[in-house]
Design a protein around this ligand. Sequence first.
Ligand code: ZN
Length: 229
Amino acid sequence: MSRQSLATAVATMALLSPPPAPSEPHRTDPHPDFRLRLMGDPALSTLAARVESPDQLHYALLPSMRTILARTRGLGLAAPQVGVALRVALVWQHDDKAVQRKGERPPRLELLAMLNPRIVNRSPQRLVWSEGCLSVPGFTTSKTRDAIVVVEFLDAATLLPREVKLFGMDAQCAQHELDHLEGRNLTDGLARPLRRRAQRDVADAVAKLAKEPQALGYHPLYRLEGFEP
Ligand SMILES: [Zn+2]
């Protein structure tokens, strides 16, 4: 399906899907059309198109993405990961100024819902991070990322343009999610043994899900049909 026709299909599905009850944003499963895709799914290698009709995303796509992120306790999620080739990304921003114990993750500040995001500035400093991806459950690898990035986007909540400076883990997450919008993945360019390990980790996760539907607590969140490890 072409990018344009997929965008139209999403708009149509969005119009057919009622918005979730505001008091229970995370108690329903994601819309079945917007479940997480796993490594190897062609949706993860597709270049995402610009969002031209942001209002329609609120009925099904964004609530489904928020549900998935909440249930998996993920840091970020991009629309291609739920099979939608649109430039939409969720990124948790953390409060770097908050005092926390050593090794503790800083408290969450805001879930940034970014439409058409792009990095407009980056620090010369780079850091090596351990990185995972909801589309490659169970797998982590080290990745070099810019330590600070400035991201410009249309805020999905207000539909106003914003510019946000992200540091450390948040900068890493934004770069990871924006890579998804280009069809780039954590496992791209890995040496063959590491890539095989990622495939094995995904296959193990799928086997667990098939045997025990509530394994990992993720079952209704993933699209397992047609998955071939
Ligand atoms: Zn990812």
